[in-house]
Design a protein around this ligand. Structure first.
Ligand code: FES
Length: 120
């Protein structure tokens, strides 16, 4: 699945998508231009919850995933960076092991209301 574009980046109160748009255990990717840079974020669904982060590993600032919408390792319990194998807690974004241990993914603040995922 191709990343959806958000013109101008996520705006407070903007509905980014519905939780039901994301398969459980998978993520939806978004991209937007911020000044001269393209920024990429993803929203991971975990049951009836969702967590959003910049798609940028704190180790070498590369995208975490190589396959669209897939950010977790096989068990689905952790995000994995496909570059050098760092593992991250899905709920906090903290690196639990690997070359960026102790660092965190950059969280994107979202709310989940009436099935909508909304930029905070
Ligand atoms: S770029 Fe993610 S672990 Fe190296």
């Amino acid at each position: 699945m191709k990343a959806s574009e958000i013109a101008g980046g996520p705006q407070r109160g903007e509905i980014l998508c519905r939780l039901s748009d994301i398969k459980d255990g998978q993520a939806k990717e978004f991209s937007y231009r911020s000044g001269d840079e393209m920024r990429n974020i993803f929203i991971q669904r975990l049951g009836m919850q969702a967590f959003a982060y910049e798609n940028n590993c704190p180790h070498a600032y590369l995208p975490l995933n190589m396959k669209a919408g897939i950010f977790t390792e096989k068990s689905g319990k952790y995000f994995i960076c496909q570059n050098h194998g760092a593992l991250f807690d899905i709920k906090s974004g903290q690196c639990l092991g690997g070359p960026c241990s102790g660092q965190s993914l950059t969280a994107i603040e979202i709310d989940l209301k009436d099935g909508n995922i909304i930029a905070r």
